[in-house]
Design a protein around this ligand. Structure first.
Ligand code: MG
Length: 251
């Protein structure tokens, strides 16, 4: 990838690769698949740090809202909640800026479909920047749409997905975009993701909101916005969701 010297000089040492790679078209199937890494067994841990906000502690979806702003219509079962296909995305009642997010998810078993049509959901930071949730166990798809991808922008560095029906863990650090008074981006959104304890996104700068078959530009957004989860038509499960605010926006 040709990177201008001027832009290289702006990057901290060791960070020269942290740009959207233009050697492949968005969603290219020619792009190499992320290497499979066995992350080891899931170790259940229902705990959370004392300063974390519990978004789901196994009991109810009171921290979440449906698309109409009413109660979240997804299904709560034995210590987890599940996408109710066709009911739409859910989002947190509270808005967040810079955060550390812990969220566990499990794709439907037995699996059905293939590619993007297999256990698809998504974690949308500020409702617009998606860390892809997908059954990526023995399920090739375009690399920038695999589990742990920043959808349409950055494939995961590796693929540490567990089989469908088992629990996966995302630990995400998100830095919101900053804008100047004229609406110009002074600092893009940045995302770091650990997937089952394995680094898959290393502080990558986003081009703007994530989207299918295009990369829309930034729009000026408020400092805090709700976290959202995607209904992509599959009963993906979530559990043990907590978030830590890294900056107290506007407070
Ligand atoms: Mg998705």
């Amino acid at each position: 990838m040709a990177i201008g010297l001027a832009s290289l000089l702006l990057l901290p040492a060791g960070r020269a690769s942290a740009q959207v790679d233009t050697r492949w078209a968005q969603h290219s199937m020619e792009r190499p698949q992320p290497a499979v890494v066995d992350p080891g067994p899931y170790v259940r841990d229902d705990g959370r740090p004392a300063d974390a906000v519990a978004l789901f502690d196994g009991h109810d979806l009171s921290a979440w809202r449906g698309q109409d702003g009413g109660p979240a219509p997804w299904v709560v079962k034995d210590g987890y909640f599940e996408v109710k296909p066709g009911s739409g995305m859910i989002h947190t009642a509270q808005g967040f800026g810079d955060v550390q997010l812990h969220i566990e998810w499990s794709a439907p078993a037995p699996p059905t479909g293939e590619g993007q049509e297999r256990g698809n959901s998504g974690v949308f930071l500020q409702g617009r920047y998606e860390v892809q949730v997908l059954d990526s166990y023995h399920n090739p798809t375009y690399a920038d749409g695999a589990a742990g991808a920043v959808f349409g922008q950055y494939p995961p560095l590796v693929n540490p997905a567990r089989p469908p029906g088992q629990w996966n863990v995302y630990d995400i650090v998100f830095r919101r975009p900053r804008f100047d008074a004229a609406g110009k981006v002074t600092s893009p959104a940045r995302i770091t993701v650990f997937f089952n304890g394995v680094l898959v996104q290393d502080d990558v700068p986003l081009t703007g909101p994530t989207a299918y078959q295009h990369r829309p530009p930034y729009e000026v957004t408020p400092p805090t916005l709700p976290l959202a989860l995607q209904d992509h038509g599959y009963p993906v499960r979530f559990r043990n969701v907590w978030i830590r605010e890294l900056s107290k926006e506007g407070r």
